[in-house]
Ligand binder design. Structure first.
Ligand SMILES: Nc1ncnc2c1ncn2[C@@H]1O[C@H](COP(=O)(O)OP(=O)(O)OP(=O)(O)O)[C@@H](O)[C@H]1O
Length: 251
């Protein structure tokens, strides 16, 4: 396997004159939890969109597991093992937690959505879905309609849905957004459990969470990558501290 599971090389994205991803080169090692931080509008979500295939790039290259995926559509990237969970809660509220995950497992296995309600009847789907729910610590809530789950539990469910595609790399865009203290603890504990079992790229504004979870941290400022290093060195980096002045407190 290549040294990096994900290799971003000189990636660029512009909107008219605005350069949102500015010659970004970044390597994500197999098994690490790699956080991407930066002040508001730094281009973090755009970069995740480019990696997942939701957005194209003007120039540069994205290599995943040694393969050039720069021009592949999103569904083909998912098939190669690149999954993402979204900033916006995207679960189906009328279906149970188990059914939500079972549908994602079904989608991975390639069978069609003939009728949503039948998803959980297919052999093996429940079992695999329950495995994903257990991994995120939600197995005891499997039969609860997703709409009745707490905000933090919905976030856990989104992670379980992401896991249903059996990803090699999971892209997480602000999994703690909108969560209160208890819910946020719950999601952090879940991420600690997932960490080491797969490679994770995490965008997150909650610096306590970032510094407690990340193996390495990359810092984006105005679309440029200014540093990639261990959490300790990032915290002590003067350029990083300057970028955050007046934005948010670095722990
Ligand atoms: N479709 C678009 N058209 C024009 N400009 C855009 C578009 N999408 C994003 N931008 C601009 O690109 C810049 C980066 O946005 P992006 O959402 O990637 O930043 P971010 O680091 O994720 O921000 P936040 O932390 O606030 O979520 C911003 O200046 C934003 O206004």
């Amino acid at each position: 396997m290549a040294e990096n599971l994900l290799d971003i090389r000189n990636l660029k994205k512009t909107y008219g004159a605005l350069v949102v991803t500015d010659d970004v080169s970044l390597g994500v090692r197999p098994g690490e939890l790699h956080a991407i931080i930066g002040p508001n509008g730094a281009g973090k979500t755009t970069l995740i969109h480019q990696i997942s295939g939701m957005l194209g790039s003007n120039s540069g290259q994205i290599l995943f597991d040694g393969q050039d995926i720069t021009r592949l559509p999103m569904h083909q990237r998912v098939r190669l093992g690149l999954a993402r969970s979204f900033q916006i809660t995207s679960v189906l509220p009328g279906f149970s937690a188990l059914e939500n995950v079972a549908m994602a497992v079904q989608a991975r296995s390639g069978s069609s959505f003939r009728f949503f309600g039948n998803a959980t009847r297919e052999d093996g789907l429940n079992e695999q879905a329950l495995e994903c729910l257990s991994l995120v610590g939600l197995a005891t809530r499997a039969r609860v309609p997703a709409g009745l789950l707490s905000h933090g539990e919905k976030r856990q469910l989104e992670l379980a849905i992401g896991l249903a595609t059996k990803p090699k790399l999971l892209l997480l865009d602000e999994p703690l957004a909108g969560t209160g203290h208890d819910d946020s603890q719950r999601v952090v504990e879940t991420l600690k459990r997932l960490k080491g079992q797969m490679t994770i790229v995490l965008i997150e504004h909650d610096m306590d969470a970032v510094f407690s979870l990340a193996d390495r941290v990359s810092v984006l400022v105005y679309g440029r990558l200014i540093a990639t290093d261990t959490p300790e060195r990032i915290r002590a980096n003067p350029e990083v501290r300057a970028a955050y002045l007046g934005e948010e407190e670095m722990v």
